[in-house]
Design a protein around this ligand. Structure first.
Ligand code: PLP
Length: 382
């Protein structure tokens, strides 16, 4: 058996994307900055991909900067705004539930002397807008809030965040890495200045992402060198990766709506089946992306459940990050107010394209039998 329920970690590359990437690899080796036909062929492919990505998020092509990952796009936004900040308006505000790409960049900026402020989260997994309001003032340069959380799938009220930020004259960055391909994303509707996305989260290859940068936005470049990406990201472009991102964007734009409708009942069925196990609770409520459920199993170590499921061929994930050999409890679930013991028993199931109702049945059946076995073997923990 092989059931992949970890699509928020990464998605399989769509075969149409892989096919599209072979074209530049085989037929367009030229440097996109070269004036000759070899270079111009590669350049043309990059610009087609740029137009596709722009179309996907409602931007213009000139507003799309290709990066080496979603992480780089987030770094470029935070460091870009911070580096371009003028006068007293220098403070960076971010949600406590942001991905490490934001949280750790903010922490690094703080170590370098920039003032950064984190905003609390409610128990349902949504940013606390009152806390946001209280923490903004005329010195706020940027507010960074994600669209969909990677661990819980909970959608954040970016429109409202942007209104609150604008009222204080601050700019807005949105990490939409987990939202693109799952919900419609339109930079104008969201009213954001920058927005990060990553190809491998929606059927594209790893190691390529993009940052939408609203026209006229002042941003300091992260990488210096050549004048690629309108001086916003130096370095010879990853042509095949960018072409793959463009193809994935096209597929998502035309097919994602139907896929979300297909996944929502599968996810709900999985969640309901999981919650039938004693001592099981859902993490995160309210509007969520259609593919994600995060649940806590009382008295169970999430890692041991993940490993036991892996032995049976089912891939899921804990909310914990393994840093230097030590398991760190998820900062997202902690920010939602969950006690460490509950966080340690939390598992994320994230569905995607290939998953079927039969797989969901099989996976939830396996979870039930593993839980029963683990609790039987360690009765003192339950
Ligand atoms: N932001 C969010 C919300 C994510 O879930 C991830 C990846 O897990 C990233 C950023 C980083 O993206 P990448 O893996 O392309 O660096």
């Amino acid at each position: 058996m092989s059931i992949y329920l970890d699509h928020n970690a990464t998605t399989p590359v769509d075969p149409r994307v892989a096919e599209a990437m072979l074209v530049p690899l085989r037929e367009a080796f030229g440097n996109p900055s070269s004036l000759h036909r070899f270079g111009q062929k590669a350049r043309g492919m990059i610009e087609e991909a740029r137009a596709e990505v722009a179309r996907l998020v409602g931007a213009t092509a000139a507003e799309i900067v290709f990066t080496g990952s979603g992480t780089e796009a987030d770094n470029l936004a935070l460091r870009g705004f911070s580096g371009a900040a003028r006068g007293a308006r220098r403070i960076i505000v971010y949600a406590a539930i942001e991905h490490h790409a934001i949280v750790n960049t903010a922490k690094a900026l703080a170590e370098e002397g920039t003032s950064v402020v984190s905003v609390r989260c409610r128990p349902d997994g949504v940013i606390d807008l009152e806390d946001l309001r209280a923490k903004l003032d005329e010195e706020t340069a940027l507010v960074a809030v994600m669209l969909a959380n990677n661990e819980t799938g909970v959608l954040q009220p970016i429109g409202e965040v942007a209104r609150i930020a604008r009222a204080q004259g601050a700019s807005v960055h949105c990490d939409a890495v987990q939202a693109v391909g799952k919900v419609p994303v339109d930079v104008k509707d969201l009213d954001v200045d920058t927005l990060a996305l990553s190809a491998h989260k929606f059927g594209g290859p790893k190691g390529v992402g993009a940052l939408f940068v609203r026209q006229g936005t002042r941003l300091r470049a992260l990488l210096r060198g050549g004048s690629q990406e309108r001086n916003r990201r130096a370095g010879t472009e990853n042509v095949a990766g960018i072409v793959g991102l463009g193809k994935a964007a096209e597929i998502v734009r035309t097919e994602a709506g139907g896929e979300a409708e297909r996944l929502a009942p599968l996810r709900d069925a999985l969640e309901q089946a999981l919650l039938k196990n004693p001592g099981t609770r859902p993490n995160g409520a309210g509007p969520r992306v259609a593919n994600t459920t995060n649940v806590s199993f009382d008295g169970i170590e999430a890692e041991s459940l993940v490993l036991a499921l892996d032995l049976e061929g089912v891939a899921v994930s804990t909310g914990a990050a393994c840093a230097a050999g030590a398991i760190e409890p998820s900062h997202v679930l902690r920010a939602m107010g969950l006690p460490v013991s509950r966080v340690q028993g939390s598992v994320r199931f994230s569905l995607g394209r290939g998953n079927t109702a039969a797989e969901i049945d099989a996976a939830s059946g396996l979870v039930a039998s593993i839980l029963e076995r683990q609790r039987r073997l360690a009765p003192s923990r339950s």
